[in-house]
Design a protein around this ligand. Structure first.
Ligand code: M6R
Length: 610
């Protein structure tokens, strides 16, 4: 949610910043801007809309500079327009700041500054911080000291990068609750909210900790806590390259990421699947093995698509291991008084590892003394670092705002975890081998589905006129129904609902008529016949039935207008296959309707505000 990039070095800063913004645009795309220092003067340019608008604005300008900061925004305070776009400056146009997060006490700070005679041009909380830093800077004449003084007044979250025209060879960045990464190049530094803006120049990075501040000069850098104690920063190597954040010939990132799934599923299993032992090895959980042996209950917490993965996790863990599981929206978890007992384990699931609600749930659980694990994609992210132990899903960067490959990788990791936990308890080796084999066969089965993507494209063409969709599934595939509906809403703006198939008759059935497409996920499993009855209920009310069915299921044809087959697998693994046609359906309908699939309106890739 919002992207920050800052550069100091020998290159043309405008080029590096614009390039960085383009790579970060998936994090927010309602306005963009940058500030640079040219011959001691602070220049700021900003534009409503996509980064392309800013590029256009700067096209004809000759700017000679090698230091600057930039931002692509997802609005929280103030409508998306040129004035509210970042960077924001202080009253004397000396300081410029880009900011991710929310200054919760901005109103009282603003009143205090107004009373002192300062003025404001935007409606943003960020401008309040710029003016506050400017206020302290007038007194201290020292940028770091002014920033420290201002940040200690601030309540809320921030990732910030700051420039001063009076100290033109310096960028200061800091974080609290919002990621900041420093790329260490040769005689150059790039600071960004996301490694995607950095890896073109260097793969050596430092992840700032909460309440940490970095000062980048042309030839050196130093890190301290915001309250001015030296810190010891460790340099890490980013484990992906540029090809992972480029479209690689696909029209959209979403399509690329859907098609990457055979590989990302392999990557999630690599070194972890012990087929002959019927078991899984999850090295990241070694420090908490004893806790896993003694666990009485799991609480899985997450948001959005990751929450749907958690729901599948509930079925998996309860069925395979007999351990009770509760699934909590992270956004609710924190604001009630969750009961956490001694042997409970909380698992936070997050693609980005930066979702503010999930991070807050992690903190709440830790405060209550729980062991907290993470199932996270982004290495070094806040949730990965805040948890006691965890498992990376290794899906690689997910740029499409609608999550696809992260979901299937989360399900793979949850399947591996259930296998491991099951084998610690009552699951037999033979059953374990069957499950491990099933998991190992998933990549080729996903490939078989993707080879028939055109069938979904044809269905999408025919149904793109629809204004509503209903998704129904049972058991393991109930969360898939929710996920299918979420994908449809996010990228096509078509209203869609997911329900357990049998719940339909308790209300949503009233919606069924000849204009309502109903997507059933009906694999051949023990509740297949019940789902057929639910399909009949829809058909008799003239609903248009699309079914995701198991291959060779000829009987289903007489109940459905459209059938898409997925390969046979164990019931517990069907969600990993059945979700793929639903991802494709949403994608192709969005393309058919002419929407920007990778940057759907009002959304941003990771929601770092509560
Ligand atoms: O990064 P996270 O997994 O924590 O993100 C959680 C949700 O914000 C995310 O899944 C969101 O719902 C996606 N846009 C779904 O496609």
């Amino acid at each position: 949610m919002c992207g920050i990039v800052g550069y100091i070095g020998k290159r043309d800063a405008v080029k590096v910043l614009l390039n960085g913004l383009q790579r970060l645009e998936y994090r927010g795309y309602d306005s963009a801007g940058l500030s640079v220092i040219e011959n001691g003067t602070l220049l700021t340019f900003k534009r409503k809309g996509k980064v392309a608008e800013l590029v256009k604005l700067l096209e004809k300008k000759q700017i000679n500079c090698s230091v600057g900061i930039a931002h692509t925004r997802w609005a929280t305070h103030g409508e998306p327009n040129d004035i509210n776009a970042h960077p924001h400056t202080d009253n004397s146009n000396t300081i410029s700041i880009v900011h991710n997060g929310i200054i919760e006490n901005y109103h009282s700070l603003k009143q205090m500054l107004l009373a002192k005679g300062f003025h404001f041009v935007s409606e943003t909380d960020t401008e309040v911080l710029a003016v506050l830093i400017g206020y302290f800077y007038d007194k201290t004449q020292d940028l770091e000291e002014a920033i420290r003084a201002a940040l200690s007044e601030v309540q809320g979250t921030f990732g910030v990068a700051i420039l001063s025209a009076k100290e033109p060879d310096k960028i200061v960045a800091a974080r609290r609750g919002s990621p900041m990464i420093v790329g260490i190049g040769e005689d150059e530094y790039i600071v960004a909210s996301d490694a995607a803006a950095i890896i073109q120049y260097t793969r050596q990075v430092i992840y700032l900790d909460d309440n940490e501040m970095v000062t980048l000069n042309r030839e050196s850098y130093s890190t301290k806590t915001i309250d001015n104690r030296l810190t010891n920063s460790i340099i890490h190597l980013v484990d992906f390259d540029l090809s992972k954040i480029e479209k690689g010939g696909y029209e959209h990132f979403m399509l690329k990421e859907i098609f990457e799934q055979p590989q990302t599923i392999r990557d999630a299993c690599r070194g972890r699947l012990l087929v002959d032992d019927g078991n899984a090895r999850l090295g990241g959980l070694l420090p908490v093995f004893d806790n896993l042996r003694n666990v009485d209950r799991f609480i899985l917490t997450a948001c959005g698509t990751s929450w749907h993965a958690a729901l599948v996790g509930e079925y998996l863990i309860e069925n395979l291991c007999g351990i009770p599981v509760e699934v909590e929206y992270a956004s609710e978890f924190r604001y009630r008084n969750p009961i956490i007992r001694k042997n409970d384990i909380v698992i936070a699931i997050s693609q980005s590892g930066e979702t503010a609600d999930t991070l807050a749930a992690v903190q709440e659980a830790k405060q209550k003394g729980a062991t907290v694990l993470g199932i996270v994609n982004v290495v070094g992210s806040s949730i990965a670092r805040a948890t006691d132990a965890g498992v990376y899903i290794h899906a690689g960067p997910e740029i499409g705002v609608a999550s696809t490959k992260a979901f299937t990788s989360q399900l793979v990791v949850l399947s591996l975890l259930s296998l491991l936990l099951g084998r610690m308890r009552n699951l037999s080796k033979l059953d374990g081998i069957q499950i491990a084999r099933g998991i190992s066969e998933l990549p080729s089965k996903v490939e078989q589905i993707l080879e028939r993507a055109d069938q979904i494209k044809a269905i999408a063409k025919e149904f793109s006129y629809s204004r509503n969709f209903l998704y129904l599934g049972r058991g393991y595939n109930f969360p898939v129904a929710l996920e299918g509906a979420l994908k449809m809403k996010e990228v096509t703006y078509i209203h869609a609902e997911g329900y357990p198939s049998a719940e339909m008759k308790h209300g949503p059935i009233a919606l069924i008529d000849e204009n309502m497409p109903v997507v059933f996920i009906a694999p051949k499993d023990e509740i297949y016949d019940k789902v057929i009855s639910n399909i009949e209920e829809v058909r008799s009310r003239k609903g248009r039935v699309i079914v995701i069915a198991t291959e060779k299921d000829e009987r289903i044809k007489k109940y459905a207008e459209k059938v898409f087959y997925i390969p046979e697998t164990l019931p517990m693994l069907t969600p990993i296959l059945s979700v793929i046609p639903l991802q494709l359906l949403a994608y192709y309908i969005a393309v058919e309707l002419g929407y920007n699939v990778d940057q759907p309106r009002n959304l941003a890739k990771s929601v770092t505000v509560e």
